[in-house]
Ligand binder design. Structure first.
Ligand SMILES: NC(=O)c1ccc[n+]([C@@H]2O[C@H](COP(=O)([O-])OP(=O)(O)OC[C@H]3O[C@@H](n4cnc5c(N)ncnc54)[C@H](OP(=O)(O)O)[C@@H]3O)[C@@H](O)[C@H]2O)c1
Length: 192
């Protein structure tokens, strides 16, 4: 899998050996960077039947690399779509249920409690799904979006990114391989 293009609008072009999709290397200030991380297809497709639709192992590895060591906030449906809580990350689950007691996760019933739990981390991640991305859109300052260049049947969608509010600061493109049939791009947006 060969990166075809790496563009950093703010920081200039990176040299080959400096390539990294780690947003900490793009630009991190002392200010907290609440980051939504998602993989969405051409029409913003995210999932179907409470499951992911495609499997891009490099993207899953990147998700692990970026989120490890940070708290991750997700909706109850996304939590239940996973076999278990994700290791090396504080799993925070949003639900309206008052008696929900999942193994390995902290439960919150509203967005303010979720935000207050992560206030001391420099880069907490919002990991989905569709309802939770919508809920946090105005509270985040970065979006790490893997755009899969294909159309799929889906029942959950990523919200439209309003380009009057968000600026694309980095892009890395990958072509399909024999193990992985889709072209995809890592797109980093920062709130303007
Ligand atoms: N492609 C990707 O990057 C990606 C990432 C994550 C998930 N997904 C996919 O997305 C799908 C799941 O997304 P979804 O939109 O159906 O569900 P979701 O966002 O994961 O969870 C929705 C649930 O969150 C809780 N919730 C929402 N707003 C809340 C609020 N204001 N206060 C308290 N609780 C709140 C509710 O739980 P209760 O019903 O318990 O009250 C609601 O049913 C799956 O297909 C999954 O595979 C894809």
């Amino acid at each position: 899998m060969t990166p075809q293009l790496i563009k950093f609008k703010n920081d200039g072009l990176l040299l080959e050996d400096e390539k990294s999709s780690d947003p900490k290397k793009i630009s991190m200030t002392d200010k907290q960077t609440i980051t939504m991380i998602a993989a969405a297809a051409q029409n913003n497709e995210l999932g179907k039947n409470n499951n992911l639709i495609w499997h891009i192992s490099e993207d899953l590895k990147r998700f692990k690399r970026l989120t490890s060591g940070h708290p991750i906030i997700m909706g109850r449906k996304t939590f239940e779509s996973m076999p278990k809580a994700l290791p090396n990350r504080t799993n925070i689950v949003l639900t309206t249920k008052k008696d929900y007691k999942p193994v390995g996760a902290i439960v919150v019933n509203n967005i303010n409690d979720a935000l207050s739990l992560v206030k001391d981390d420099q880069q907490p991640f919002i990991i989905g799904g569709g309802e939770i991305y919508r809920l946090f859109m105005d509270h985040c300052s970065r979006i790490e979006l893997t755009r899969v260049h294909h159309n799929f049947e889906a029942d959950v969608f990523f919200p439209e990114i309003d380009l009057t509010k968000w600026s694309l600061i980095a892009q890395e493109d990958f072509t399909s391989t024999k193990d992985q049939p889709y072209n995809y791009s890592y797109l980093t947006y920062d709130k303007i």
